[in-house]
Ligand binder design. Sequence first.
Ligand code: G3H
Ligand code: ZN
Length: 281
Amino acid sequence: PLVTTGELITRAAAARSAVAAFNVITLEHVEAVIAGAESMGSAVVLQVSENAVRFRYGRLLPLARAAVAAAEHAAVPVALHLDHIQSDDLLRQAPDAGFSSVMYDGARLPYADNLAATKAAVDWAHAQGLWIEAELGRLGGKNGEPPLDAHAPGARTDPAEAHAFVADSGVDALAVAVGSSHAMTTRTATLDHDLLKRLAGALDVPLVLHGSSGVPDGELTAAVAGGIAKVNVGTALNIAMTGAIRDFLAAHPEAVDSRKYLSVGREAMVRAVADIIRVLA
Ligand code: G3H
Ligand code: ZN
């Protein structure tokens, strides 16, 4: 069934566990995430990013409608989240498109501008009954930009600044920069667990880990124990899908039916989803 992100995160945070949130780009991603979650008997978040909407010719509704229908028929609770939103126009489409939550991404902005833009997004989202996440500190790696130097100013989330940011903006959850980076194709990130502990101590909202594809299993387990309640995974699904399709087409150069390779790619994503959920369980 379709449920809200807020209820899944609240329950996970209370149990000191985490909900996996997977970025979906195609219908095959949607189907694979739900099948993987069903195989584990776990609730899951399907998230659509602003970049994914751009890929879909700028249109949110076709993929969103499909995701809602898939969620409604799922055997496990499934929530829909709009991810890394910078466009007000897209933000305002969230409720009608079936999303119960959004992530407003002002992390590129200087602190005061991030706070002001996030607060405006929070006020609007809460009036609509939406749960809203924001980001402070920078992970890098989005849109092809290199991962930030972990020691660069602003690359890590400062606990005192985060405390003020959450209090002044009213966000429901905070994405923190603790050593992960977006779009990593190797699982070689090392997290700053001491910083995560200080952030968890300073904040009374659930924490979100982005760029989790590059984080090894043991680091993920420790991050959940340290206060991460939502684990965002995107690139791992693309690695699984693309690798499986590449191998299939290399072995079957005569193949033309798209179902042949899409099904192979989808099954690889189902396994990747189950692998992540197993680590978080
Ligand atoms: O918001 C999305 C996540 O941060 C995904 O990051 O593609 O590096 O796993 P990833
Ligand atoms: Zn992210």
